[in-house]
Design a protein around this ligand. Structure first.
Ligand code: C2O
Ligand code: CU
Length: 498
């Protein structure tokens, strides 16, 4: 079958690009790219402004176990649970978060989606030294924009363990026209089920060795590799490299779902975060329509739908008025045929719980593509001609094979550059046959509609002109939020020049 063949070819050859992942940033910079950044040392302490509220927290990254409906797996997490503890502040607050690294590996924390000061961005070799085992590191930054965010490491494929947690920045000026709020973190899970994300990556990278770069055709039989089914209903082409045994909402599989309770008629705000490494989901609440209100933290024109897609790294907020009964809230993996789905239960009345494979019809009715949302006026970038343009192609070639940007893996591609104060237009094109969630650090960009995003799904051969204001100096990453693609080289730097 065509799909399998193409997938095989796509996977084959990853090994040639493997060394260029972000763990190797400092080591690989230099060939026409920027100079090695060297070491950073301890973070320079910064002080809150007078009157700024300080939110202080310590996060301990450590080996833990997770109970998957009776099966105990070993993993790494923040604190004792997956997801880690919710971190919450108000827009304008000063966050001072200590990362206490009790892992047997180096780590960092990246505050995904926040326009924060560059030294707190958590990219080893680019904004800080990696945090060594048994040491700690203090992140200090102001959270400027309200919204739904999350945080995770920026080292290797650690995100595909249990190292993630929601971050909510409240809006002091928002009326909050709802009765209750539920935070739902979606994930694809393989860690501790007989393999680890590092081993999955190793297999992906090794899959072409000894076969001339074309030997990936049997990868579907390999442990942890996706069989590569096309999802005919989805516009996303082929989506995902890894076969996961579980999909989770708030750390729980559908056989032991979280139950969210409220009263019929209540309005609930859902904050949905896709923390998966390799899975796009379709999200629906059985028996309900949802009104999407925010995308990647920013308000949109309220838009009603039965379901919506959410890519890795994206966040959507929705308002739902609850019916009476018990309903499945389902996140169905796009393009994946094994591992079931992710599910939580919404209970407002009596009734039997839906089965773990509940298939609400909303999933296949009207499914919203996030980039079609319209921004509210206040969330638009002020209209302005771009001062500079840059080209950004998402690339994958077979011989030699690499996930890359602008034709080369990270470290071998030229950084994009911008001067402070410029409006930069990035003409982004996905030249591959897979969908990639394109993520920009330190800035939120605008799609041509004005929609503000920090992560946008790009379907095969799709283009977007994205505009950003260069108002946050430093060296930043732009990358695919499929963590395996990113680690294989699908990243590029965005640098401010004088
Ligand atoms: Cu969640 Cu570099 O990203
Ligand atoms: Cu990708």
């Amino acid at each position: 079958m065509n799909t399998i063949t193409r997938r095989g070819l796509l996977i084959g050859g990853l090994g040639t690009a493997g060394a260029a992942g972000f763990g190797a940033y400092a080591a690989t910079q230099g060939s026409g790219a920027s100079a090695p950044k060297g070491t950073f040392g301890a973070p320079t302490p910064v002080s809150p402004d007078p009157g700024q509220t300080v939110v202080t927290k310590t996060l301990t990254a450590k080996p833990i176990t997770l109970d998957l409906a009776g099966r105990t797996v070993s993993t790494w997490g923040y604190g004792d649970a997956v997801p880690g503890p919710l971190l919450r502040a108000t827009a304008g607050d000063f966050l001072r978060v200590t990362l206490d690294n009790r892992l047997p590996d180096e780590t960092t924390i990246h505050w995904h989606g926040l326009r924060l000061r560059n030294p707190a961005d958590g990219v080893p070799g680019m904004t800080q030294d990696p945090v060594k085992p048994e040491t700690s590191y203090v992140y200090e930054f102001t959270a400027p924009d309200p919204g739904t965010y999350f945080f995770h490491p920026h080292v290797g494929v650690q995100l595909d363990r249990g190292l993630y947690a929601p971050l909510i920045i409240d809006d002091p000026n928002e009326p909050g026209d709802y009765d209750t709020e539920w935070v739902l973190v979606l994930d694809d899970w393989i860690d501790g089920t007989g393999t680890t994300p590092d081993e999955v990556l190793e297999k992906l990278l090794a899959n072409d060795s000894g076969s001339g770069g074309m030997g990936g055709m049997d990868h579907g039989e390999m442990d942890g590799m996706n069989q590569g089914a096309m999802d005919e209903a989805a516009p996303w082409g082929d989506a995902g490299d890894v076969t996961y045994p579980y999909f989770l909402i708030n750390g729980r599989p559908p056989a032991d779902p979280e139950t969210l309770t409220a009263k019929p008629g209540q309005k609930v705000r859902l904050r949905i975060i896709n923390a998966a490494s390799d899975t796009i989901f379709t999200v629906a609440l059985g028996g309900h329509r949802m009104t999407i209100t925010h995308s990647d933290g920013f308000p949109v024109e309220p838009t009603e739908t039965d379901a919506f897609y959410i890519g890795m790294g994206e966040r959507y907020d929705a308002i739902v008025t609850l019916e009476d009964g018990v309903f499945p809230l389902v996140a169905k993996p796009v393009g994946k045929t094994s591992g079931g789905q992710a599910m939580a239960l919404v209970r407002t009345g009596s009734g039997a719980a839906p089965a773990a494979d509940a298939n609400p019809r909303e999933l296949t009715r009207e499914v919203l593509v996030g980039s079609d949302l319209r921004p509210v006026q206040a969330a638009k970038l002020p209209s302005r001609r771009p001062d500079a343009t840059a080209r950004l192609t998402l690339t994958g070639s077979m011989q030699p094979y690499a996930w890359g940007m602008n034709g080369a893996p990270f470290g071998k591609n030229e950084p994009l550059t911008v001067r402070a104060g410029q409006r930069l237009r990035i003409n982004a094109t996905n030249m591959t046959m897979m969908t990639h969630p394109l993520h920009v650090h330190g800035h939120t960009f605008a799609l041509p509609s004005g929609l503000r995003k920090d992560t946008v799904l790009m379907a095969p051969m799709q283009s977007f002109a994205i505009d950003l204001d260069a108002d946050n100096e430093g060296d930043w990453l732009i990358h695919c939020h499929n963590i395996y693609h990113g680690e294989a080289g699908m990243m590029i730097a965005l640098e401010y020049t004088a």
